[in-house]
Design a protein around this ligand. Structure first.
Ligand code: NAD
Length: 498
């Protein structure tokens, strides 16, 4: 059985805790590897390696640090096919989507290549007589990332690339469900010229996470995952004096106005609702048609599209989406569908009995479509994270605007309309962090920032873009004057600009 260990101090090392987790092949249900679950001592060893490597890395000029990123990009492009195959085999998403997962991470590495420019401080010449005032951005030291299963390449790179480019050393604790791609990324970083110890991977569960949360050498934590864990990490990390940003769960709505291009809206809903089996934090899980006529037209068009979704193993190039990540998650999602039926929603397409010949033990679920879902139902309130779309009928625009605005999650939202005035009003008023206009999955590009509101995001800076540079550096401000013969004597009152 293949064993996945840790990557510490520039080397792959075996786990010593004696504890292991199963890494499945979601298409077959088989265990394909054992992943070591780190003890506190192993995490501490990774932190010690990072701490030893960080000063020299910070002293390497930003342009040279950027060159490592450029080389890393080249290596990832060369390995794109094998990385995507490895990712898909542990996660279950189809290969084309696995390439997208890697590519959206690559784009943040491209952003981080601009770090010499991004780190430029501010300067005021002659802020007072012969006085210059300037600020500089300096790395924090050792920082950590704790990442979810659903984007095993993209999210580690969203965190590590800006952090490392800024001169920090990094300890990554990826999801124990699909740990192999992060391990391979660590090898590629080393091959690209990153000094040993600057990027470390410790695999593990709560024990490893808790060790990171309390260690005083860790200066910042970037987390992505479910909301209860995000809240726990935010509270514990902050209580231990760290800078913390945590991104949590979601319930993304798509509003369909009566004037929307219905075919475009249906295409968008099917892709954004069922792509990656709905295991995306920016998946659309709630469709909100405005008015009964719009709702009837939408549902009529949606039913055949959901019924004809092609579900297959991650290696099938014809498949629209693959299996869910684990059997436990499959059962959880099925349980939500059962609850929806019990609570009175109308199940228009039932994917629960889907079976795939030759893959009987795979974690497959056919597409499910609910109509007449209401605000008080569990399937509306909670994140399902599966191929299940709920239609909530709104009587007018005002109600459609209220639904996502009042939901406890506030990651993404989208509106489909041909009316600029409605779209403008919506983007301005909706209480959600990322908004799409005729765009179902509004994940901002690398040079803007990504982050949800309300219980989808904790902390005050977003991921990637300019916020990532602020998050991974601290600002130092210098007031400087050179001797010029001026003698003012001692001042006992605070100097002001009066
Ligand atoms: P998860 O919360 O189960 O795990 C995330 C990380 O936390 C993993 O590394 C895991 O090992 C660790 N962890 C799990 N339980 C823990 C505990 N009790 N104590 C300490 N650490 C613990 O999330 P997941 O199932 O891997 O990912 C899916 C979730 O992530 C969904 O809710 C999804 O919406 C969310 N997500 C959010 C974003 C975003 O940007 N907002 C992006 C991707 C995924």
């Amino acid at each position: 059985m293949r064993e996945v260990g840790h990557f510490i101090g520039g080397k792959t090392v075996s786990g010593t805790s004696g504890r292991f987790g199963d890494v499945f092949n979601p298409s077959t249900g088989d265990v394909q590897a054992k992943v070591a679950l780190a003890s506190k001592a192993e995490v501490e060893a990774a932190i010690a390696n990072a701490e030893a490597a960080q000063p020299a890395w910070a002293a390497t000029n930003p342009q040279r640090r950027a060159r490592v990123m450029f080389k890393f990009l080249e290596l990832i492009q060369k390995e794109m096919d094998s990385l995507a195959a490895l990712l898909a085999s542990e996660h279950g998403k189809v290969i084309s989507d696995a390439k997208g997962d890697i590519q959206r991470g690559v784009e943040v590495v491209e952003f981080a290549c601009g770090v010499p420019h991004l780190l430029k401080g501010e300067f005021n010449d002659s802020a007072g007589p012969g006085i210059d005032l300037y600020s500089m951005r300096q790395p924090l030291g050792v920082v950590a990332g704790i990442t979810p299963f659903n984007f095993p390449a993209m999210i580690p790179l969203w965190k590590a690339a800006p952090a490392i480019a800024c001169g920090n050393a990094f300890v990554l604790k990826p999801s124990e469900r699909d740990p192999s791609v992060p391990m391979r990324l660590a090898e590629l970083f080393l091959e690209a010229g990153l000094p040993a110890g600057v990027f470390n991977v410790v695999n593990g569960d709560k024990e490893a996470v808790d060790a990171l949360l309390v260690d005083p050498r860790i200066k910042a934590i970037g987390f992505v995952g479910s909301t209860p864990i995000a809240e726990y990490i935010y509270a514990t990390g902050c209580a231990h004096g760290k800078r913390v940003q945590c991104f949590g769960g979601a319930k993304n709505h798509m509003i369909i106005m009566p004037d929307a291009d219905m075919d475009q809206a249906v295409d968008a809903l099917v892709g954004a609702g069922y792509g990656a089996a709905g295991e995306r934090c920016m998946a659309i899980s709630v469709a909100v048609p405005v008015g009964e006529k719009t709702a009837d037209a939408l549902v009529q068009k949606l039913i055949p599209r959901v019924e004809s979704l092609k579900v297959g193993p991650s290696t099938d190039p014809q498949a629209d989406y693959g299996p869910l990540v684990t059997k436990a998650h499959l059962n959880k999602v099925r349980g939500y569908v059962d609850t929806g039926v019990k609570e009175g929603a109308k199940l228009l397409v039932d994917g629960r009995n889907f079976k795939l010949q030759g893959y009987e033990n795979g974690n497959f679920l056919g597409g499910c479509l609910f109509d007449n879902v209401t605000k008080d139902m569990t399937i509306y309130k909670e994140e399902i994270f599966g191929p299940v779309l709920s239609v909530v009928r709104a009587k007018d625009y005002a109600e459609a605007l209220r639904l996502p605005s009042e939901h406890e999650y506030g990651n993404g939202v989208s509106i489909f309309t041909r009316d600029g005035d409605t779209a403008r009003d919506f983007t301005s008023k909706v209480n959600v962090g990322m908004v799409g206009v005729n765009f179902a999955i509004p994940v901002p590009l690398a040079y803007h920032t990504f982050g949800g509101w309300k219980r989808s995001g904790f902390g005050d800076l977003n991921q990637h873009g300019p916020d990532s540079i602020r998050f991974y550096t601290k600002t130092k401000t210098v007031t400087a004057r050179w001797p010029s013969g001026t003698k003012e004597g001692a001042e006992f009152s605070i100097p002001t600009m009066r």
